[in-house]
Ligand binder design. Structure first.
Ligand code: NFE
Ligand code: MG
Length: 504
């Protein structure tokens, strides 16, 4: 038995340690640990509720628009104004979240994951016209190669031509990300951590100027997503098709749904959303509605005290350093007592099964081209493929939303902060499904609880000893060389973990 510790695992967000027991080349046991305490929820207690969407965005620089929307919705719910959000406010929230998704998905494939498959040394000696790649070549020659020198590397299969194309896209993706950030800041004032998302809607009424600026960037991004990102991921996926069978994890998937298409409909499951919610469990391919009351936070192996256990309407986040059996600052969310995978693969699968036309078409095409079946999507390559398909679907929906904005019309509803109340805000975030639960007493926040996408995926074991989704994805993996566990690194990165979010 060999013990392998990857600490920290790089090219993800935040602080993650992965520990593996490897026997005869197989991962027998895996532990995922969030190694940095945050405590954002505790900071919210006693504050004005309207501070929530300012502070919760600071959980993370890579998905702040998702936290802003979940938080604003939790306030809408608590203040009783969910049905009063003007169409402009609803649409601008969707557009800001969409911009955030594009940024995050493009970042993940090119700047966090590509170097698991793309060998920069393939570029050496190539005669290339692209000035940026020529610069990259001379940079690689004249330096130690960072950040293009992965700690774990090898098994490169793409060949020179595709590597050069991907390297060019890697550089162009930096520009795409800039444009995606600019799109969020057009309505949000700045990015990361926008100021425009508030209880009641958004702060900036759309006008012709903002709509034009937004649309021109969206069209440029659309071209990149359709002509480069989707074909690039399919090329990598076909070359590494064995990775459709690797990193499978749990057979349970959950998503609350996001991107409101109409005003709030009275319950989360009945509200019409661009990405639909649902639960798929191991009993097959039927999708059920999410019952929020069945979510629990388990803390048997997390460094938290007893009051951190239970349903998120009540749970606290009190640290219990050195707790026996603890090995992570991440809690273990469970649905009906079981670990569930969240993220683009879960979301695309649920939307495909629910007959979301756009997803059926785009995912159907991508699966055909990549030569993969629906039940292979929760895998390393399946997750990359679903992320790209989701990005394309969101760009397409954004084109429709931006057209519906009404210049000069209001984007925000009035409200008063009540003395008492409680509410929930749910959103799709790039890495999965996101919930914020709030309670107000004396017009102050008395409890605030976030259950975040990577909290589900990177969760530790629960009270039954059942490992979390990422841990299960690692268990059973064949590792060619335990001193170079690149298979494990590829599996972990396919989840796009954000430990800043997971711990919050
Ligand atoms: Ni810090 Fe986040 C997303 C949220 S994930 S990135 O996407 O919510 O755990
Ligand atoms: Mg929490």
């Amino acid at each position: 038995m060999k013990q392998v510790s990857i600490d920290p695992i790089t090219r993800i967000e935040g602080h993650l340690k992965i520990e593996l027991d490897i026997d005869s080349g197989l991962v027998k046991s895996a532990q995922s640990s969030g190694t940095l305490f945050r405590g954002l929820e505790e900071m919210l207690r006693g504050r004005d509720p309207r501070d929530a969407q300012r502070i919760t965005q600071r959980v993370c620089g890579v998905c702040p628009a998702a936290h802003a929307i979940a938080s604003a919705q939790a306030l809408d719910d608590t203040f009783g104004i969910q049905r009063k959000i003007p169409p402009n406010g609803r649409l601008e929230r969707n557009l800001m979240l969409g911009g955030n998704f594009i940024h995050s998905h493009v970042l993940h494939f090119y700047h966090l994951s590509a170097l698991d498959y793309l060998n920069p040394h393939d570029l050496e000696g190539l005669e290339l016209e692209d000035v940026k790649i020529r610069d990259l070549q001379s940079y690689l020659k004249s330096s130690d190669g960072a950040p293009f020198t992965p700690e774990y590397s090898g098994d490169y299969r793409l060949g020179n031509g595709i590597s050069a194309a991907l390297a060019g896209d890697y550089l162009e993706a930096l520009d795409v990300r800039k444009k995606a950030h600019q799109m969020v800041s057009i309505f949000g004032g700045k990015m990361p951590h926008n100021m425009g998302t508030v209880a009641g809607g958004t702060t900036r009424k759309p006008d012709i100027d903002s709509i034009t600026k937004f649309t021109s960037r969206l069209e440029e991004i659309k071209e990149f997503v359709e002509d480069r990102y989707i074909p690039g991921v399919i090329e990598v996926a076909r070359t590494y098709d064995d990775y459709f069978e690797m990193g499978k994890g749990v057979p349970n998937f959950i998503e609350y749904g996001g991107f409101y298409l109409k005003e709030f409909g009275g319950s989360h499951s009945s509200t019409s959303k661009g990405l639909k919610g649902g639960v798929v469990s191991e009993d097959g391919n039927s999708v059920r509605e999410v019952d929020l009351s069945r979510i629990t936070e388990v803390i048997e192996h997390s460094w938290y005290g007893d009051e951190a256990r239970g349903h998120p309407t009540e749970t606290k986040t009190t640290p219990a350093v050195n707790k026996e059996g603890g090995y992570s600052w991440v809690k273990a969310p469970r649905y009906k007592g079981k670990p569930h995978e969240v993220g683009p693969a879960a979301r695309m699968k649920i939307n495909y099964l629910k007959g979301n036309d756009l997803v059926e078409r785009e995912l159907g095409n991508a699966m055909k081209e990549a030569g993969v079946e629906l039940d292979q999507l929760n895998s390393v390559m399946g997750r990359h493929l679903c992320r790209a398909v989701e990005c394309k679907c969101i760009v397409s929906m954004m084109e429709g939303w931006v057209e519906k904005l009404e210049p000069g019309e209001p984007s925000c509803a009035n409200y008063e902060v009540p003395e008492e109340g409680k509410g929930v805000g749910l959103a799709s975030a790039p890495r999965g499904t996101l919930g914020h639960w709030i309670k107000i007493e004396n017009s102050r926040i008395s409890n605030y609880q976030l259950v975040v996408p990577t909290t589900w995926n990177a969760s530790p074991r629960d009270e039954q000893g059942t490992p979390g989704p990422m841990e299960q994805a690692l268990i059973g993996t064949e590792i060619d060389d335990p001193d170079n566990p690149l298979e494990a690194a590829r599996i972990v990165r396919s989840f796009d973990p954000c430990m800043a979010c997971a711990v919050h």
